[in-house]
Design a protein around this ligand. Sequence first.
Ligand code: PMP
Length: 378
Amino acid sequence: MLYFDNAATTVPEADVLNSYMKVNQKFFYNPNSPHAKGIEAARLLDEARAQIKQSLQLNDETILFTSGATESNNMALKGAAYQKRPFGKTIITSVLEHPSVLEVMRQLEVEGFTLKYVNVTKQGQIDLAHLKSLLDSDVILVTCMQVNNIMGQTQPIQDIGQLLADYPKVHFHVDAVQALGKQPISMSGIDSLAISGHKFNGLKGQGLLILKNAHALQPTIHGGGQELGLRSGTVNLPNNVALAKAVRLAINNQEQLVAHLNHINHSIRTRLENYPGIVVNSPKNASPHILNISFPGVRGEVLVNAFSKRDVMISTTSACSSKHAKINEVLNAMQIDKTNILGSIRLSFDHHTTNEDVTLFFEKLKEVYQEVEELLRK
Ligand code: PMP
C-alpha cells in the first residue's frame, strides 16, 4: 500500500505511542487531584508544557492542550470575538481557510459579527494591499492559515503581523496545522496559534492552542476550570505528554524532513513532465509535503478511485471537503480553470515516503494515465 495522504493524517511515531501507553499505565491519575499521585501527574503536565515551549522556543506564551486544531480554532476564534465584542464587530478571513475556521466565521456572522473576506492572488497568497484597505477601527479579529492544506502555499504571516501592529485592538489568529515540522513557527505578531498532533506523526485527538496573552479569550467550554478555565474537562495527561514528544521530534527533525520532502516533491514534479496534459497546481514555493495536480477532463473522484484500486491512497482536495461534491473554493480563488479544479488531486508526503514509493507511484500513474487518456484534455 502506498500512502500519499499525509496532509489528511500521518502514521503515529512509535516513540509517541510508547509514551502515550507508558503514561496511561503509570500516571493515569488526575492532575487536579490533591493527593500525592495527583501532584505527580500535575508535575508531569507542567513538564509537557515546558517541553513544548522549549521545542517551539516560546517564552511567556500560554500553552493550552486541546483535542485538535478544530477545537483550537473554535476556542480561539469564538473566544476572541466574544472578548472583543465591546470594541467592534468586524472579522477578516479568506476563502483559503479550513472549514474549522470558515464554519466558525459563518456562525459568528449569524451571531451578529460582520465578516469580510480578503482577496487572494493567483498564487494563493493573501492580498496584503486589500487586507490593509479592509482594516479600520471596527476590526477586532483577523485569521489566516500559515500553510494551505490543499495546495501547500505559505502565507506571509510575519507581514500580516506587522501590518496589524498598527491595530492593537485586533486579535490575530493563525492556523499552523500544516506548517509545524515543515517550517518555523513563531508567535511574533500573533495572538493565538492552532496545531494538530496527528499531522506530524502524533496521535489523533491531540491539539494545542498557543496564546500570547492568557486573558485574550472568553471561555467557550465551561466546567471544572482546567487549562486556565478556557478548556474545562479532566486533563488527558498521556495524550499531552505524547504530544510534547511528537512536537520535539518534529522540530528536531524539521531540517532533515524538509530536505527529504524537497527531493521527493522535485522528483515527482520532474517525472510528471513526461505525462502531457497533467498540470501541477501547487505553486513552486508551496510546502514540499503537498503537491496538488490536475488531470483536466477527468474527475478527481475517478482518479482517487482508480489509484485506490491499485492500493495508492491519495486525496481529491482535502479529506474534510472531498465528500462534498462542490467546486473547491481554494483552487477557485486562485483562478484555476474549472476543468482543472474538477480534475484535481492532492498528493502529500512525510518522512516515510521513499524514492521506491515514487517509482511505484509512477508505475501506477502510468496505468491510470492510460485508462483515462481519452478523456484527458491535453
Ligand atoms: N486546519 C488545517 C489547515 C487542517 O489541514 C486541518 C485538518 N485537515 C485542521 C485545521 C483541523 O484539524 P483537526 O481535524 O485535527 O481538528
